[in-house]
Design a protein around this ligand. Structure first.
Ligand code: ADP
Ligand code: MG
Length: 585
């Protein structure tokens, strides 16, 4: 392997040469204690900065083995160190010419702690960090002096000041590791206890603003306090016993006046599928990993989804067992979202009245009278929510401030009152007894399981000009996929650009490896998950990129389902079984 001194002389000879000469630096360089790798030198100072890595031996990093003893601890530590690298890089890097010259950047984790490729620890405490540097230029010519300073001074300084255990408080490092392990353990206990979510006492749920997931300043926050009737104690390996509110499986309503914290609680649950960093306020708020937020999303495309449990014959005889549209309505989009989630294994659905289609949610007695059932294709969710639980084991948590019709179908009712939850199930039941709504239940039959859909790989075209994989992701909610744009802004459980980018790569990977027109969507997702758990996120891209983050099957399915060119066929019904296969209780 070439040495740091050889890198120094190589750069020195390049002064004022054309920018393309930087390509000669690609390869591995021994920097004394660690290896520095230039994987890809950018072709232009304004292009995407160059991709580089450093491989640091455990002895150089010097972490306490307690900080990476379990995978769960290692994730917490990685996230902590990646954030430290990002902070120091921002501080230490200087502008060194045109374009991105001089920049040192890493994909910085947000509030969530996710597996990521920007920084990874091995079982023995070795560390690999992947980041980008803007190789310096004036105009389009190499500036050797600046390049020398960037690669031989700035980069080593950032590494030295952020990735060596000794620069951090040992307590802080260990806290990040232990906390992440605790959160995983809390989540793992839910199912055995018959719970779908847990919110620890003392948690701070509100966020700084509608477009920031940082905590609201602590002075203004009412800390979470569990109502005695729903109080449970869970065991965490490091923190010991943690007290808080357990949300039981079944149908749960969150009621209460406007602005009393209903949506904030539901959002905490939707993001409780992920762990959070120290100081977030939601460190011990966890929900079932199969929790999926459902909302209306008019305008989206839907492909071959059986929405018949919710929507019967549409005007002009449009079939709903195999429903496709380039432009769904509020109610059909919400019905499709539920069926798509159930298709790939959702166990808990979250619905907030703020983002739901009213006609999908309720149809009261008077409306039943005015518009007879045979003129109304929609079976409202209130008539289906119990079937989902009783026939499919899928629980639902709903925020409902506006319709008491749901009291008849709830197992648990939580009222938010000035940001404090109260258990009002008994009162709600007695009201439901005393004030009958007069509604007529509208559902005749079983809630069948939809026929599995088999995606056609030919319909997933990522070509863009000369690029075979023309995928581009610049923000969390938008994926440019070939000539199409997939709008993911309503997929609320996608939490970062890195996640969206990873989902894009996974979509290509799934198409190339596993979609053959015979595998159902759920089986394709199983394969993707198995491949990633065996080989890590790097299976998605052999260039060893640093911009991937862990994601769930539900968000990959969401991207697939929103691809406007998608085509699916229905699985052929098995012999002797009626189609579509019905999965009764
Ligand atoms: P709802 O859905 O009941 O109308 P929201 O959940 O939207 O209410 O909350 C209303 C406002 O109160 C939001 O600005 C939110 O950030 C804030 N908020 C929510 N929970 C708390 C809390 N525990 N302490 C302080 N403010 C809160
Ligand atoms: Mg609300």
């Amino acid at each position: 392997m070439k040495t740091k001194d050889q890198l120094r002389s190589a750069i020195s000879t390049m002064d004022r040469r054309s920018y393309k000469s930087y390509k000669e630096l690609e390869g591995e360089w021994l920097f004394g204690d660690y290896t520095f790798v230039i994987d890809h030198a950018q072709g232009d100072p304004f292009a995407q900065p160059s991709r580089v890595r450093a491989r640091l031996p455990g002895a150089y990093v010097g972490l306490d083995p307690e900080t990476y003893r379990s995978p769960s601890r290692a994730r917490g530590t990685e996230s902590f160190l990646a954030r430290a690298f990002a902070d120091v890089a921002r501080r230490e890097s200087k502008r060194r010419g045109t374009g991105h010259s001089g920049e040192i950047r890493i994909v910085c984790p947000g509030q969530e702690v996710l597996p990521q490729t920007a920084l990874m620890l091995s079982d023995s405490g070795d560390l690999e960090v992947r980041f980008t540097v803007g190789l310096p230029a004036r105009g389009r010519r190499i500036v050797a002096k600046e390049a020398l300073e960037l690669l031989l001074e700035d980069v080593p300084a950032v590494i030295e000041l952020s990735l060596r255990a000794a620069v951090h408080s040992a307590d802080h490092l260990l806290e990040a590791a232990r906390l992440n392990e605790d959160a995983d353990h809390l989540r793992e206990q839910l199912t055995d206890l018959g719970l779908v979510a847990f919110v620890a006492d003392g948690a701070s749920l509100p966020r700084a603003s509608g477009d920031s997931d940082r905590p609201l300043r602590s002075g203004e926050v009412v800390p979470f306090e569990s109502p005695p009737a729903l109080r449970v104690e869970l065991e965490a390996p490091n923190a010991g016993s943690v007290r808080g509110m357990g949300v039981p499986e079944g149908v749960t309503l969150i009621v209460g006046g406007g602005f009393h914290g209903k949506s904030t609680l539901l959002q905490a649950l939707q993001w409780g599928v992920y762990n959070h960093r120290v100081g977030d306020g939601r460190e011990c708020v966890v929900s079932d990993p199969g929790t999926v937020k459902i909302r209306a999303e008019d305008g989206r495309s839907v492909c071959g989804v059986d929405i018949s449990p919710f929507i019967g014959d549409l005007p002009l005889g449009k079939p709903t067992r195999d429903f496709s549209t380039p432009n769904a309505s509020g109610s059909t989009s919400q019905a499709a979202a539920i069926m798509e989630a159930v298709e790939v294994g959702a166990r808990v659905l979250l619905i907030d009245e703020d983002t739901a289609a009213t006609n999908f949610m309720i149809r009261d007695r008077r409306m039943q009278e005015l518009v007879p059932k045979d003129r109304e294709p929609i079976t409202p969710f209130v008539d289906r929510v119990r079937h989902l639980y009783e026939q499919h084991g899928v629980s639902t948590i709903l925020v409902i401030g506006g319709s008491g019709d749901y009291l008849d179908v709830a197992d648990t009712v939580i009222a938010m009152d000035e940001y404090r939850p109260r258990h009002v199930t008994a009162k709600a039941m007695s009201i439901a007894q005393d004030l009958r709504t007069g509604r007529i239940a509208e559902v005749p039959e079983h809630f069948g399981r939809p026929t599995p859909r088999l995606p056609d790989p030919g319909s997933i075209d990522s070509r863009q000009g000369r690029w075979k994989a023309g995928i581009k992701v610049r923000d969390r909610g938008t994926m440019h996929f070939g000539k199409q744009t997939i709008d993911l802004s309503a997929v609320e459980q996608l939490v970062s650009v890195a996640q969206t980018r990873t989902v894009a790569a996974a979509l290509l990977f799934a198409r190339d490896r596993f979609m053959d027109g015979k595998r159902p969507v759920a089986a394709v997702l199983d394969e993707v998950e198995a491949a990633i758990s065996a080989g890590g996120l790097d299976v998605l891209d052999d260039r060893l990129v640093g911009h991937f983050a862990g994601f769930r099957r539900f968000e990959l399915a969401a991207a697939l389902n929103r691809l406007r060119s998608l085509r699916v066929s229905a699985e052929a019904p098995q012999q002797g079984r009626p189609a579509p296969a019905s999965m009764g209780a």
